[in-house]
Ligand binder design. Structure first.
Ligand SMILES: *Cc1c(COP(=O)(O)O)cnc(C)c1O
Length: 355
């Protein structure tokens, strides 16, 4: 018998979510962000689904980009962190990739490149992670302009997911003045800015999380924005047992039964990417009924409270998150963000698709 743990990816939800991006930002182009294996959904699968809807794809590394080319994706692909070493530049050119340039170490090899590579100069407008500071931009543009005909500008927002955060306007202002002297398209917005900061839409938006139907805003769910969750993580009950009042469940006696109760064992654990911090109280759906995880997740299994489902039996379906149980809620219980939960399930999951 096959282990029942599985991830179901709803392809038409991903396509519909891209249409939500288009409705939010009707006058811009869309670089669909599919790094980290398409946020755990499968990078080639998501690129295939969006190939005719997205204007470009954003990935984190040359490996990811080459995997897409190998899968037959002909669309523009942008390396969001640029080349990691000078010897990647030749392959970037040969595969017709576009690249971000965010540090002086990349400027030399790119300005020496014989081929014309479309570049995205990244500006640090206040997040202080990647990019050139505004006073450096002039020199970088001069070094790169001769060789590369297409030069675009981008920046990344630190706090677009926070309501009314003053830093968004500050970053917008800093970026705007840093690039004011140059032509060329601009890109600022991640999902949160697509949804909440129309002033940041510019020429290109770069949505990631919202494509997968998930909200970047704490305490909100994707459905509130017309998004459809694309990922369902599912498994089954593999054991049902009665535990006496005061009996403990799982490692470290992390849960003590307050009364005689039925406990179910689900074939899914941290080895499948379930968050180990998702302790007692984390919502989980068993046979269509919402209940809670009890005790600590182990590597291949977790234990659930079956008091709300007295008729529960081995083989009953379990949903860890999906349309009927938002990953945003599970993330709050696990003291993390939905981004992390989506990315982690790819470890050893068996994927299925539906349309
Ligand atoms: C990951 C990433 C995005 C997408 O962010 P979401 O919050 O998932 O929409 C956009 N731009 C850059 C540079 C990124 O690295």
């Amino acid at each position: 018998m096959t282990r029942p743990a599985r991830v179901i990816v709803n392809i038409s939800a991903v396509k519909a979510n891209l249409q939500v991006v288009r409705r939010c930002a009707p006058h811009t182009r869309v670089m669909a962000i599919i790094k980290a294996d398409g946020y755990g959904h499968g990078i080639a699968r998501i690129a295939g689904a969006l190939e005719h809807q997205a204007d470009a794809f954003g990935v984190a590394s040359l490996d990811e980009a080459l995997a897409l080319r190998k899968a037959g994706i002909a669309r523009s692909i942008v390396l969001l962190e640029g080349p990691f070493t000078a010897n990647e530049v030749g392959e970037i050119a040969a595969s017709g990739l576009e690249t971000v340039v965010h540090t002086h170490d990349q400027v030399g090899p790119l300005s020496d490149a014989r081929a014309n590579i479309a570049l995205w100069i990244k500006i640090d407008s206040g997040m202080h992670r990647l990019g050139f500071s505004p006073p450096e931009v002039g020199a970088v543009v001069r070094q790169l302009r001769g060789r590369h005909r297409t030069i675009r500008f981008m920046t990344h927002l630190a706090s677009a997911h926070r309501e009314n955060d003053a830093s968004v306007a500050e970053q917008l202002q800093s970026f705007g003045s840093a690039v004011a002297a140059y032509g060329g398209e601009r890109s600022i917005a991640n999902s949160a800015a697509v949804l909440a900061w129309p002033a940041c839409h510019a020429h290109w938006v770069r949505p990631g999380l919202m494509l997968y139907g998930v909200s970047p805003f704490h305490g909100r769910c994707g459905v509130e924005y017309g998004l459809q969750p694309a990922m369902t993580v599912a498994s089954s009950l593999i054991s049902v047992r009665d535990v006496a009042a005061g009996g403990s469940v799982g490692y470290g006696k992390a849960y003590i039964c307050p009364e005689a109760m039925r406990v179910g064992v689900v074939a899914f654990g941290y080895g499948d990417g379930y968050p180990r911090q998702a302790a007692t109280g984390t919502p989980i759906n068993v046979a269509g009924v919402r209940t809670q995880v009890v005790g600590e997740a182990s590597m291949d299994m977790l234990t659930v409270d079956l008091r709300p489902i007295p008729e529960a039996a081995v083989g009953d379906p379990v949903i860890l998150w999906g349309p009927e149980l938002p990953v945003e809620e599970v993330a709050i219980s696990a003291q993390t963000i939905p981004y992390e939960l989506l990315c982690r399930v790819r470890m050893r999951a068996r994927y299925l698709e539906c349309v």
